[in-house]
Design a protein around this ligand. Structure first.
Ligand code: NAD
Length: 482
């Protein structure tokens, strides 16, 4: 079985930690790798290597740094299928979903290849008599990233390409549940021959994360994960004087208007709720049916939920894979049980699903709950599984009121043929990502990715221009020549 190592200062090194865990294939329960839970001191070594590499790397011309990005893109393309398979094996999502994830990771590298233009500042002559002013963007130092389990290849790549293209150096701590894709990506980074210390990887858990936030040489922290952890990361990193972007959890609504095209709406809902087994921060979770749309929609939805093929993500006929762990499965089942106890009716029940040939896998089938009211726990909290709660409302305003009352603000979608309804929705709804006839409102790599309210703590989001701003400081030079 593969034994994972840390990547520090351009070398693969064995952790000296005595603590280790197994990475499991969630479709089969079979161990895939042994992962060390590194010590905080090993995290410090990675930060110190990154700090030592910074002076030369920040002085490297951006066009030279961009050439590393071109090489990284090429190397990732060459390993595209292999990377996708690793994501499926350790996370459980289908191979097509994994391919989509790796593609978005590569797209972020592609955006970062434009760093020479993206770093340009602006200037003005004669801001006062004979005085000119210019802005410069400069790299800052060592940045760290703490990743979640659900997009093990893509989420770290919302950050790493921008950080290093900007001239910063980087330390990644992958999720302890899904560290293998990041480990493979670092082998690819190793092929690209970046100067030692520019990128570092430390496998581990909370104590490593804390050291990566409180080490004096770290300048900033990027985090993606649950709201609970995001609050801790935001407060703890700020307490230690770091700049922070902390993306948290979600509770996303899909609003269906009476004029929606039902066939396309069902497709959008299925992708949103059951894609990646519902383990997406953009996954639809509450279905707000406006007016009498439920009459035509629910029979179609029930049939789509019932016929979805659930299985091992490596099987090309599978449409939905397992959830990440036995604990995750237990939590989802408890949410469904709790909803029933509070008065919800089960239209399609995914509890107790057994997939032939995958008896030890962590499967929950698509689950459709009717008669949910906005005050029920299932309507309020992030379930992170393939469960959809149907809530009936009279008008669009009522649906928007339910969204407004939820503490999260990651994503919301409207399905409608009405431009006026769509405009009202996008204007008023306080979510970072708005879908109009789109079930998963995922911004392309050139756009910022982040939420509002309890789904995001900080200011600048991930990806694109926000990445460039997060990873640089602005300096204004005011000059007069005599
Ligand atoms: P998680 O919060 O359990 O872990 C995320 C990372 O934080 C891991 O690397 C973990 O080791 C670290 N961590 C967690 N608690 C910590 C603590 N107390 N101290 C120090 N470090 C800590 O999240 P997860 O279960 O891996 O991922 C699922 C969550 O991520 C969901 O809530 C999902 O909505 C969210 N998510 C959000 C986005 C977004 O863009 N907003 C994207 C993907 C996932």
């Amino acid at each position: 079985m593969q034994k994972l190592r840390n990547y520090i200062n351009g070398e693969w090194v064995d952790s000296r930690s005595t603590r280790e865990i197994e990475v499991l294939n969630p479709a089969t329960g079979v161990p895939l790798a042994v992962e060390p839970l590194s010590t905080p001191d090993e995290a410090s070594q990675a930060v110190e290597a990154a700090q030592a590499a910074f002076a030369e790397w920040r002085h490297t011309p951006p066009i030279t740094r961009a050439r590393y990005m071109f090489r990284l893109k090429e190397a990732m393309e060459n390993s595209f299928e292999e990377l996708s398979e690793i994501v499926t094996r350790e996370n459980g999502k289908t191979l097509d979903e994994a391919r989509g994830e790796v593609r978005r990771a590569i797209e972020n590298v592609e955006v970062a290849t434009g760093i020479s233009s993206l770093l340009m500042g602006y200037n003005a002559e004669d801001v006062a008599q004979d005085i000119d002013e210019e802005t410069l963007r400069q790299p800052i130092g060592v940045f760290t990233m703490l990743a979640p389990f659900n997009f093990p290849a893509m989420v770290p790549w919302w950050f790493l390409p921008y950080a290093i293209a900007c001239g910063d150096t980087f330390v990644l701590k992958p999720s302890r549940q899904t560290p293998m894709a990041a480990n493979r990506l670092y082998e690819i980074l190793d092929e690209v021959m970046l100067p030692p210390g520019v990128v570092n990887l430390v496998n581990g858990t909370h104590d490593v994360a804390d050291r990566l936030m409180d080490h004096p040489s770290v300048k900033g922290v990027s985090f993606v994960g649950s709201t609970r952890a995001a609050r801790h990361v935001y407060a703890y990193s700020a307490e230690h004087g770091k700049r922070v972007q902390a993306q948290g959890g979600a509770k996303n609504s899909l609003v269906v208007m009476p004029d929606a095209d039902l066939g396309r709406t069902v497709q959008a809902i299925m992708t949103s709720v059951c894609g990646c087994a519902g383990e997406r921060c953009l996954a639809g979770s509450n279905l707000l049916c406006v007016g009498d749309v439920d009459k035509g929609l629910l029979p179609l939805l029930k049939s789509a939920f019932t016929s979805l093929r659930v299985g091992d993500g490596l099987d090309p006929s599978t449409q939905m894979g397992p959830v990440i762990s036995a604990e995750a499965k237990g939590k989802i089942v408890r949410y469904i049980d709790g909803a029933i106890a509070q008065g919800a009716r089960v239209l399609v029940d995914g509890r107790g699903l057994v997939v032939p040939g995958c008896k030890e896998g962590f499967f929950v089938g698509p689950t459709l709950l009717d008669g949910v009211t906005p005050g029920m726990t299932i309507a309020q909290e992030e379930v992170f599984g393939p469960v959809l709660s149907i809530i009936r409302v009279g008008r669009l305003r009522e649906a928007m009121g339910i969204i407004a009352e939820n503490p999260h603000g990651n994503a919301a979608s409207i399905l409608t043929a009405s431009g006026a309804a769509a405009r009202e929705f996008k204007y008023w709804v306080a979510c970072g990502n708005i879908g109009i006839n789109i079930g998963i409102a995922a911004p392309m790599a050139t756009f910022p990715f982040g939420g509002m309210k309890d789904s995001f703590f900080g200011d600048l989001h991930g990806q694109g221009r926000d990445g460039i701003e997060f990873y640089t400081d602005r300096k204004v030079v005011i000059s007069r020549w005599f």
